[in-house]
Design a protein. Sequence first.
Length: 66
Amino acid sequence: MPGFGKIIIFTGVVLIIIGLAWNFIGKLPGDITFKKGNTTIYFPIVTSIVISIILSLIFFIIGRFR
């Protein structure tokens, strides 16, 4: 079992990768945005689907090696 420090480092690296990927994924076509006056409501539907598919593939690959 990996040590607690390795788990924290791994979590940090994953969060950095997610943050960098978010800049590239950002607002995809199909995401819903409502603007009325000075209020903006953003529903990242397509972005959420893409992230879900990517995470599913990652966890599937990790599960195959266990």
